[in-house]
Write a new protein. Sequence first.
Length: 346
Amino acid sequence: ARSIDLAVIPGDGIGPEVVGEGLKVLTAALPGDVKLETTAYDLGARRWHATGETLPDSELERLKAHDAILLGAIGDPSVPSGVLERGLLLRLRFAFDHYVNLRPSRLFPNTTTPLAGSPEIDFVVVREGTEGPYVGNGGSMRTGTPAEVATEVSINTAYGVERVVRDAFERAAARPAGKLTLVHKNNVLVHAGHLWSNTVARVAEEYPGVATDYLHVDAATIFLVTQPQRFDVIVTDNLFGDILTDLAAAITGGIGLAASGNINPTGTFPSMFEPVHGSAPDIAGTGKADPTATVLSVALLLRHLGHEAEATRIEEAVTADLAAREAGSPRTTAEIGDALAARVAG
Ligand code: IPM
Ligand code: MN
């Protein structure tokens, strides 16, 4: 498209700082004839304290009209745990049917991760985004007593599993290695596990060029650390995907570099792009936050909107920037953003 109508949710903590740098790099990357229009939405802890609202229906309706959403981070220690996570972030993912939570991992140069210097790591996790234990199907009885019983039911539908598995197969088919690994725990979670395994087996018949593999989630955590090269595309449920992608970030350069896209592949609703990290209230306002994860999320956003060349330019700028950085001399949030914007502008 020759114009981008972007909704921006800076959010809490370091959210506004990293989003500012993300927009700086986005502006630098866009070709002159693509018009960028941004609308900021005041959502997060401040608004909840002021009005008691997390995400009013009217705001959801306005958000729906944009081409895409860029989100910084949500969450603050002054708000009870779960209020903003469920009421804002997960509400957006569910309302806009973000069933593909796309989280790529590449080993970046010059990082101090446990696996720095190992052979190339390049895989993508396709995390289901609208089902699993995240739907909030559960409850507690005799709450607060020694006899309390709490349930948190994982919802897995044939419809929901098949559509995300199909998306993962498409992504695997388009990659050189062409390999898809299902991660679950089907030796214990037999009902949901078999739905996932059977779905992968059935859809695999349509993708003879894609090699499929299965790992229990506990074994997958071992291989992510000891042999990450065995992964190409991973497909998994919402909760396993949440956990695996923090681990994936830790082994490839740290959570400050991990990008994500909450994607509605049908295009019915706007997709939403955000760093995997949280609001880091302990360093908010200090200029210590690394905006790179947000910048890489901007690259995913551009790719989603069809601006492949610009997305690649941003990713190459990040790689070059990391390769050139000097060990032991930390840069501020704005310095990193400026360096990336300069590289992207060429
Ligand atoms: C993430 C976060 C969220 C999640 C939380 C904040 C609800 O950890 O994006 O990975 O669990 O999905
Ligand atoms: Mn997470």
